[in-house]
Design a protein around this ligand. Structure first.
Ligand SMILES: [Zn+2]
Length: 476
């Protein structure tokens, strides 16, 4: 009886404590005490940066570059962050996309409140589109998470690996795992991506160590869409490092420019639709239209489709040809599914699109999310010809390409026009670099292998150009 009573007392003492531990505030205060309270922080290290959406094949991880040096300074009170890094491509060169670069590439990425910009030399370059994510990234850091969770009425519950503390900041839901050492072991959130929908952003912190009185992880890994985008071995941390970031006038006054589409007639019934960083080509058939490429996102597709309907009223866009799965070239494909077009793509992409397009899209619901329909595909593994009413268009998978394993090009034999993505862009400065030159050569070889009589290249970056410019580059 006495023993039972003692047991009950112990239980009564333990239960309220464990209930209190569920209270988010208590958990956060304990974590803050254990990790050390800071107003700002600077951390440095080396690691890898990965190019989201630029995988060599739909089933491979994002391609990896080496980070030679990395320093990030964050001031939590003013919600500002300065990220400085130098990256180099690995040797031998890797496969996959993202502009290759010669030597070292330096970046300085900044955000202060709602304003974001990059520092290139002395000139600040506004980076309006990145502001929201850069701001979010502040709250995904260990101390940033604790700060934002305290400010945003976080809730707590037991979960795998510790206590899961959750809150909502703006449109973002953020979860953090506080482990049994009271360290922030992981944060989870979701951001909108045109291909992946509500894309998971998972940041894992491990190897906590004491740096000048503050606990900070020695290993940081962030994954987006299931694969790493950054890994960092942290070598030094300076708590309360000062960061004073006056917002440059250009960053303060710049707004996102509206989507612009220009059209240029290349031949009868063939138009080059440009006006932005990526192009599309419209081909008219007797009773329908064919669009080559749906780059970037729904906003771009909507504007390009509007231009097509202006150029050729009353014909449906029956087919959309997708050159490869890289996100900057496939982010607008879903809009064409919503439009009723059949998607023509390499056979290696179909299962991928079907799978990733199923993801929830609550952050930025697109037309297809609002009115779901099953996509229809024509899949390509060898030459495919769309011939109708005297018009002929040939689609070829590339051989030997290091940019993307499923890259395809489109050829109009009568007009001698070749439409291709990412292997050759004009002016050459649109994309440049040593590995890019390798793909100039590879494109040239593919044209010769297939004995295509090309006069004009209509590249999906840059401007139409005589094939002689490719010849010059590829044979130099
Ligand atoms: Zn690409």
């Amino acid at each position: 009886m006495t023993r039972k009573f003692t047991g009950l007392v112990v239980l009564l003492l333990v239960v309220p404590l464990s209930l209190a531990a569920q209270d988010a505030k208590t958990v956060l205060q304990a974590a803050s005490k254990a990790m050390g309270d800071v107003k700002s922080i600077q951390y440095s290290g080396t690691g890898h940066l990965y190019a989201l959406g630029q995988a060599y094949s739909p089933t491979s991880a994002w391609p990896q570059n080496n980070i030679m040096s990395y320093t990030r300074t964050i001031d939590y009170g003013s919600r500002s962050s300065k990220e400085e890094l130098t990256q180099v491509e690995p040797t031998p060169p890797r496969v996959g996309g993202a502009a290759p670069f010669a030597g070292e590439q330096k970046q300085i990425n900044l955000v202060s409140g709602q304003y974001a910009w990059n520092q290139i030399g002395n000139a600040p370059q506004p980076a309006v589109a990145t502001a929201e994510e850069r701001q979010l990234q502040i709250w995904l850091t260990p101390h940033g998470f604790l700060t934002a969770a305290m400010e945003n009425n976080a809730t707590a519950k037991k979960g795998s690996g510790g206590t899961i503390v959750s809150f909502t900041a703006g449109k973002f839901k953020i979860n953090g795992t506080i482990d049994n050492q009271n360290m922030v072991a992981k944060t989870d959130t979701w951001i909108a991506n045109p291909v992946l929908g509500d894309m998971p952003v998972e940041t894992i912190y491990s190897g906590y160590r004491n740096f000048n009185g503050v606990k900070f992880p020695t290993m940081i890994i962030q994954k987006q869409g299931g694969y790493p985008v950054l890994d960092l071995a942290v070598t030094s941390v300076e708590p309360n490092a000062s960061l004073n970031l006056p917002v440059p006038e250009a960053a303060r006054t710049t707004t996102l420019p509206p989507v612009k589409v220009t059209s240029q007639k290349l031949a009868d019934g063939i138009w080059f639709l440009a006006g932005g960083s990526h192009n599309s080509v419209l081909v008219e058939y007797p009773t329908y239209l064919v669009m080559i490429e749906a780059p970037l996102d729904e906003a771009r597709s909507t504007a390009v489709i509007a231009e097509a309907k202006k150029l050729v009223p009353n014909k449906p866009i029956k087919y959309l040809i997708n050159t490869h799965h890289h996100f900057d070239h496939s982010g607008g494909v879903r809009t064409y599914v919503a439009e009723g077009s059949t998607i023509i793509t390499n056979e290696i992409n179909k299962a991928y699109y079907e799978q990733v397009w199923k993801a929830p899209r609550t952050l930025e619901p697109d037309r297809l999310a609002q009115n779901p329909k099953k996509p229809t595909f024509i899949t390509i593994k060898e030459k495919y010809t769309l011939a109708d009413g005297g018009r002929s268009l040939e689609i070829y998978p590339m051989e030997g390409d290091t940019h993307n394993s499923g890259l395809m090009m489109a050829y109009l034999p009568k007009e001698k026009i070749l439409v291709e993505a990412d292997d050759f862009s004009w002016p050459a400065g649109t994309r440049s670099g040593p590995r890019y030159h390798a793909n100039n050569v590879n494109l040239y070889r593919n044209i010769q292998r297939l004995k295509l009589d090309v006069k004009t290249i209509a590249p999906l970056h840059g401007e139409p150009v005589p094939v002689s410019e490719l010849e010059k580059l590829a044979t130099s």
